[in-house]
Write a new protein. Structure first.
Length: 226
C-alpha cells in the first residue's frame, strides 16, 4: 500500500467529477492509434509544481506509459518504486528515467529504461507518440512516451528499482470522477503545494504520474462537445 506523508497537512481536495466522461470508443486500440496521428488542438494541464525546483536547469528524462490489451479491456501498467531510491522512493510511477549519453531520443530513453526496470523489450512495444513535457518539482523535464504492449507479456522487474508491478484499467484512469487535485501545507512553513491524485484500491497515484495521466485524458478528450 502506498500512502503520502502530505495527508496530515491536507487542506483541500478538488474533484473533477463534473467533466464529461470519455465515450468507450475513445478507449480502444483503434482510437489510440488514430489519435496520435491527428493534428489536434488541446491544452495540457499542470499544477505548477515545477516552481518548487530551485536549481538552474531541469534534467531531461523520459517515461513509458505502457498500455496493455487484455480480454477485459485496456490496462495501464504502473510500478511502485523501491523505497530506498533517492528520487520519488516508494511512489507510483511509470517505467523510465533520466536521459543518458547513449540515448538518441526520448523514445530510446523510455524503451531502454523500461527493459532495465521491468524486462519488457523494444520488440514488445508499439510506440504511439509523445505527450508534452512534464516539469517536476524535483528538477526533471519528463517526456511521456505512450506505447502499446504486445504479447507475450514478460515482466521481470529489477528489485533494486522496482518494488512491484501492477495494472489499472485505462477506463478508470481516464474517468474524471476519479481525478482529484489536492492542496497541502508543508510542515516546515515553506508554503503550500497543489498536485493531482488518482487513488486506486490500495495504491495512491499522485504527483507527476497523475499529472501525466491527466494530460493523457485531455489529449483523448480533445474536440469532445462541452
Amino acid at each position: 500500500m502506498v500512502t503520502t506523508s502530505f495527508d496530515p497537512q491536507l487542506l483541500a481536495i478538488h474533484s473533477y467529477a463534473d467533466e464529461p466522461v470519455l465515450p468507450s470508443v475513445r478507449l480502444s486500440l483503434d482510437f489510440l492509434r488514430h489519435r496520435f496521428l491527428q493534428d489536434i488542438l488541446w491544452s495540457p494541464e499542470n499544477t505548477g509544481e515545477s516552481s518548487l525546483f530551485k536549481g538552474k536547469a531541469f534534467r531531461p528524462a523520459s517515461v513509458l506509459i505502457p498500455i496493455i490489451a487484455r480480454q477485459h479491456g485496456l490496462q495501464v501498467l504502473l510500478t511502485q518504486r523501491a523505497a530506498h531510491l533517492h528520487h520519488h522512493g516508494g511512489q507510483i510511477s511509470f517505467p523510465g528515467g533520466r536521459v543518458e549519453a547513449i540515448d538518441i531520443s526520448a523514445e530510446h530513453t523510455a524503451l531502454r529504461e523500461t527493459q532495465e526496470e521491468i524486462g519488457l523489450v523494444e520488440s514488445q512495444i508499439e510506440v504511439l507518440g509523445r505527450l508534452p513535457q512534464y516539469y517536476t518539482g524535483t528538477g526533471f523535464s519528463v517526456t511521456p512516451v505512450v506505447g502499446l504492449v504486445h504479447p507475450p507479456y514478460e515482466f521481470n522487474s529489477d528489485p533494486f528499482e522496482v518494488a512491484s508491478i501492477f495494472e489499472v484499467p485505462l477506463s478508470f484512469l481516464m474517468d474524471p470522477r476519479h481525478h482529484q487535485r489536492r492542496q497541502i501545507d508543508f510542515p516546515d512553513g515553506r508554503g503550500s503545494r497543489s498536485f493531482y491524485a488518482m487513488p486506486y484500491q490500495d495504491y495512491f497515484i499522485w504527483g507527476a504520474t497523475a499529472g501525466m495521466l491527466r494530460n493523457l485524458f485531455h489529449f483523448l478528450s480533445a474536440d469532445l462537445p462541452e
